[in-house]
Design a protein around this ligand. Structure first.
Ligand SMILES: NC(=O)N[C@@H](CC(=O)O)C(=O)O
Ligand SMILES: [Zn+2]
Ligand SMILES: [Zn+2]
Length: 344
């Protein structure tokens, strides 16, 4: 049994850092192990142009622990109003590395999202031209589509056509949760990749719903049945370079999750790489963690791999029941339970 593993320093290709006071907790947690992070733009109001991305980036940098070189990679939030000029300017000024498609109403803070894909065709053309990746929350929002089917419906109704129409556009299918998504990504061109969260590798909907409803497992896209969890495992076991690490760590205050209408999102930044190590070990492919966590992401984005490294040791520890979250508290993934790995 391996008790120690050293990896090139990983990056997180999908994280929510939030804003304001929360940054003093979320940024150090991310900066603890990750060199870079793709910072999701779903603030209220969202990050819609290069200048807003710059301002948000400055607030994140100000929250870094002393000496940290954590590098937040900023993302624009696409709305029906996003013009090719907004894309070109932010790209030329180096203010954003990607833009994010939230179908309106699909998830937390997506009210200003895109109401119909045709509205952003000009922006997508500009992105394809300058080589800016499109990041996609891939769920349809129609009331008549079952919440467990929304990812597959998005593939069938939107993503297949989108990737055919914009064949040059790089697309990251974010936080995939189904066998259908794995199959789609595997069969798509090398311009299409996907992030996979630690929680979707480790859990399925039984963990959320059997023996009582557990709001801290509620996220979007929602945890699916075990067959889909296994398909995500198969994707990482395959070693395909189309899959890489994106935690989707998405903090909400405890009271906002433990509520009659609780928010979607799991917080994992306090133990992200450790949870992935557990998942990969359970799958019997700890040796594939480095490519997934530290190589496939930068290679896809066309950025250099990190050159320093981190070491994980088998040294079980207990996650606190709650963590400070700005002036509030949150309940992290694995709260009060044991994690097998620790970062030296
Ligand atoms: N994943 C979630 O359940 N929530 C995210 C939004 C998102 O990534 O869809 C959030 O911002 O809270
Ligand atoms: Zn999302
Ligand atoms: Zn997210």
């Amino acid at each position: 049994m391996t008790d120690r593993i050293t990896l090139l320093r990983p990056d997180d290709w999908h994280i929510h850092l939030r804003d304001g006071q929360a940054l003093s907790h979320t940024v150090p947690d991310a900066a603890r192990t990750f060199s870079r992070a793709i910072v999701m733009p779903n603030l209220v109001p969202p990050v819609r142009d290069g200048q807003q991305a710059d301002e948000y980036k400055a607030r994140i940098l100000a929250a870094r622990p002393a000496g940290s070189r954590f590098d937040p990679l900023m993302v624009l939030y696409l709305t029906d109003q996003t013009s090719p000029q907004i894309i070109r300017q932010a790209h030329a000024a180096g203010q954003a590395v990607a833009a994010k498609l939230y179908p309106a109403g699909a998830t937390t803070n997506s009210d200003s999202g895109v109401t119909a894909l045709e509205k952003i065709y000009p922006a997508l053309e500009a992105m394809a031209e300058v080589g800016m990746p499109l990041l996609v929350h891939g769920e349809v929002t129609h009331a008549e589509v079952d919440i467990f089917d929304r990812e597959k419906a998005f593939i069938d109704q939107q993503l297949v056509a989108l990737t055919e129409r914009f064949a040059d556009l790089k697309v990251v299918f974010e936080h995939i949760t189904t066998a259908d998504a794995v199959e789609f990504v595997m069969g798509a061109s090398d311009r299409v990749a996907a992030t996979i969260t630690a929680h979707h590798l480790l859990y399925n909907r039984n963990h959320m719903l059997v023996g009582g409803i557990r709001p801290h497992f509620y996220c979007l896209p929602i945890l699916k049945r075990q067959r889909h969890q296994q398909a995500l495992g198969d994707a990482v076991v395959s070693g395909s370079n189309k899959f890489f690490l994106g935690t989707d760590s998405a903090p909400h205050a405890q009271h906002a999750k433990e509520a009659a209408c609780g928010c979607a999102g799991c917080y994992s930044a306090h133990a992200a790489i450790e949870l992935y190590a557990e998942a990969f070990e359970q799958l019997g492919v700890l040796d594939r963690l480095e490519a997934f966590a530290s190589m496939n992401g930068p290679d896809f984005y066309g950025l250099p791999r990190n050159t320093d490294s981190i070491t994980l040791v088998r040294e079980p520890w207990t996650v606190p029941a709650t963590l400070q979250f700005g002036e509030q508290q949150l309940v992290p993934l694995r709260a009060g339970e044991t994690i097998q790995w620790r970062v030296l």
